[in-house]
Design a protein around this ligand. Structure first.
Ligand SMILES: C[S@@+](CC[C@H](N)C(=O)[O-])C[C@H]1O[C@@H](n2cnc3c(N)ncnc32)[C@H](O)[C@@H]1O
Length: 256
């Protein structure tokens, strides 16, 4: 049976299997969007300057509980936990991503400071009001039930806890033919609908420029012999470059 859902756990499992065997593709992420600290290996499109900003906005302190929602291979949350002394829970619905994140945890922190859970972002099963901070990098756009994800953030955050989200919005709510991942017209309104208070909403044009440059490099290197991960990203890149002028890149910080 073909998998019709372009963002199912199975599709991400396959993507993570590909990227884990793709040194050239990982190097391109690092060369164009990085450099990232060793082993972080994001599978997302926020450049280094953006991740540094996300880290600052989370205001982490030693011992606080950080939840990395849709954590993928876990490197970003692990980096932030190592740099701050926070405890980390990573959540992702891709068993392959969580296996990889668990395997890599002790490259960053002691085992007791990081755990990873296979769960949907709309229903993490984490106890209510136990997260001091939540980070969600480049995933909100991929989750069909965006209200469900943000309600879950509001449920798990402690009073005064902060969430930092990176996402894309469509510039023109009337624009046609944008793929489903660009269906959001107002991230801030979605966040407020979950009962959260928006503290920062920033348009990040430079991130968008670097994303375009990244995909241009990927497409230039695509060939019959290219790593399967690079080939898949080149397809994604062609789709993205066709609509790039119609989307906005956003950093959003909110609080309970
Ligand atoms: C673009 S990747 C970003 C991964 C990670 N945040 C990073 O920056 O490297 C999006 C991630 O969202 C996860 N994801 C998508 N939909 C999800 C859902 N409904 N519940 C949990 N995870 C989901 C995918 O498995 C994937 O790991």
């Amino acid at each position: 049976m073909p998998d019709d859902d372009p963002f199912s756990p199975k599709v991400f499992d396959e993507a993570y299997a590909q990227i884990s065997k793709a040194p050239r593709t990982n190097r391109l992420f690092d060369q164009v969007l990085g450099p990232f600290p060793a082993d972080v290996e994001p599978f997302s499109l926020v450049p280094r300057e953006g991740l540094d900003r996300v880290f600052t906005e989370l205001r982490l302190e030693p011992g606080v509980h950080l939840v990395d929602l849709c954590c993928g291979r876990g490197g970003i949350g692990l980096w932030f936990a190592a740099a701050s002394g926070a405890r980390l829970t990573g959540v992702d619905f891709s068993p392959g991503a969580i296996a990889e994140a668990s395997r890599r945890a002790d490259l960053f922190v002691s085992r007791s400071r990081a755990s990873f859970v296979v769960a949907d972002a709309t229903d993490t099963s984490l106890p209510a009001k136990t997260a001091d901070a939540v980070v969600c990098i480049d995933a909100l756009n991929l989750v069909p039930n965006k209200n469900g994800l943000l309600d879950e953030v509001a449920r798990i955050l402690r009073p005064d806890g902060r969430v930092v989200i990176t996402a894309w919005e469509r510039r023109d709510s009337e624009a046609k033919d944008l793929p489903p991942e660009y269906s959001i017209t107002d991230v801030g309104a979605l966040v407020e609908a979950a009962g959260l208070r928006v503290l920062v909403r920033e348009e990040c044009d430079h991130w968008l420029e670097l994303q375009q440059t990244f995909f241009q490099h990927v497409i230039a290197e695509d060939s019959d012999d290219a790593e399967p991960a690079l080939h898949s990203l080149a397809e994604e890149g062609r789709d993205f470059l066709a609509v790039a002028a119609s989307v906005r890149r956003l950093l959003l910080v909110a609080s309970v």
